[in-house]
Design a protein around this ligand. Structure first.
Ligand code: GAP
Length: 446
């Protein structure tokens, strides 16, 4: 266990351009964060790994990108405007700070010790207005989950893509929740990205698909390098189930502040399609030729198994899991390394910078020229960084700290032999490779 891992991740995120506080020069904006140059690469890689998993590795799943704002009636039908999507809020009578009741261990204000009000329900939907008039008729909401856009397009996708049950629709996009207590860095924010897949199936097959998706989703994290000991599942007790779910299992990650949910697997039954049918007047039942009884055509509401993960929250888990510290450094040969080294062992699919290209020294024009040629050669294929500042050891450590898979060093021998040294991040193994073989080597290793 690394001491103070939480603070270290927050500090690395700012120092190396992964995550910044939103509106920092104005004192910040609680519950909102910006992803810096390395953060956006990492987040894009996580989203791509999820998208590829759903649309390429799994069968019968197609993608969608629906609007953030929808007809406000959607949120009536989904149950989000009623008590279903509300947390219990208490307010301090003295300093007027507000808290989520279930986050408090004592019945006193954690900020000033003042007396708290009785809890009241607080709806988490974020309101906005569409058009030039601001009144009840133009009020709508920023979506709190992307899956509602999937239900609204269920029939469009079914018909346009000639899908047959069982099939899935997946979507990645922003969601917004007016969280009472955003906390723990990017763990609980008011704006985040959802990666959600809705699997439409016959009601009787829902339990078996639930188990299938639970296993597949666990495998996804393990395949991307998350340590098995840091992952577990939790069956949600009946009295804690979300308003739409018949059954729910959370995939939990062992964060520095304890075990917490990173993904929810839900059996939503026919809650969504039947409610949208009722509220919109459209018959969203499925006609299933395989369920013909005699000459009677059978129609039913498909059950939905949902997998729902936050891109930002899993980003945080991937960072925590990859972070390692090596006291007194890994290199035993030089003095300069006798300090704590940081190694970010991100999976090669996720790591923001794949390759760094480094001249051994920066004051030899021929070396610099050759290094820049290699850098330009690689840029169309990989996310690659050129770095000439500081000693070579320091530059290796800077790259280790952000998880770069390979450092390529051009030295004096390179000028003669047209080769370079490849240094592996995790083992520090070094080998020489011909520049003409480089792209092939990197393509098969990154
Ligand atoms: N459509 C179902 C749904 O949204 P959820 O359990 O409320 O289910 C699923 O959310 C995932 O979305 C969570 O496991 C988490 O990764 C992410 N998430 C939810 N609220 C979040 C928040 N306020 N900040 C960051 N991520 C959040």
């Amino acid at each position: 266990m690394i001491d103070n891992l939480f603070q270290k991740i927050v500090s690395l995120s700012k120092r190396r351009g992964f995550v910044f506080q939103s509106s920092e020069i104005y004192g910040g904006f609680e519950g909102f964060y910006d992803f810096g140059p390395l953060g956006v690469e990492l987040k894009n890689n996580i989203k791509k790994a999820w998208w590829d998993e759903m649309t390429k590795n799994q069968k019968n799943i197609v993608g969608l990108d629906s609007a953030i704002l929808m007809n406000p009636r959607v949120w009536q039908a989904s149950g989000h405007l009623t008590a279903g999507f509300a947390d219990e809020l208490v307010e301090c009578k003295k300093c007027h700070h507000r808290f989520r009741k279930d986050f408090l261990s004592k019945n006193k204000c954690p900020d000033c010790g003042g007396e708290l009000t009785k809890p009241r329900k607080f709806n988490l939907m974020m309101k906005t207005f569409v058009g030039p008039v601001e009144d009840e008729t133009t009020t709508t909401y920023l979506r709190a989950e992307t899956c509602q856009g999937i239900y609204l397009n269920y029939e469009n996708v079914l018909n346009s893509m000639r899908m047959k049950i069982p099939f899935g629709i997946c979507q990645i996009g922003k969601s917004f929740r007016n969280e009472i207590t955003p906390k723990n860095f990017i763990f609980r924010t008011r704006e985040f990205e959802h990666m959600e897949m809705q699997w439409f199936c016959q009601p009787k097959t829902a339990p078996q698909f639930f188990d299938y998706w639970k296993k597949e989703r666990l495998k996804w994290y393990l395949n991307l390098g998350i340590k098995k000991a840091n992952l577990k599942t939790r069956e949600i007790p009946k009295d804690e189930l979300p308003h739409y779910a018949k059954r729910a299992v959370d995939i939990e990650y062992k964060f520095p502040f304890g075990w917490e949910e990173i993904e929810g697997i839900h059996n939503r039954g026919d809650f969504d399609l039947s409610n949208h049918s009722k509220h919109s007047g459209e018959d969203l039942r499925y006609y299933d030729p395989s369920l013909r009884s005699g000459q009677v055509k059978e129609k039913y509401f498909p059950y939905i198994i949902e997998t729902s993960v936050g891109a930002d929250r899993s980003f945080f888990a991937f960072l925590c899991d990859a972070y390692e510290e090596i006291k007194k450094g890994r290199t035993k040969t030089t003095k300069a390394t006798k300090e704590i080294e940081i190694l970010l062992k991100l999976h090669k699919k996720l790591t923001p910078i794949k390759i760094a290209v480094l001249p051994l020294v920066k004051n030899k024009p021929k070396l610099v020229k050759k290094t820049k040629e290699v850098y330009q050669m690689l840029r169309p294929y990989f996310v690659v960084q050129y770095d000439e500042v500081g000693s070579i050891g320091r530059r290796y450590r800077r790259q280790d700290e952000i998880g770069t898979c390979f450092c390529l060093t051009i030295d004096f021998e390179s000028l003669k032999n047209n080769d370079l040294t490849v240094r592996y991040r995790d083992t520090m193994k070094q080998e020489r490779i011909k520049i003409k073989e480089l792209i092939l080597f990197l393509k098969s290793n990154v």
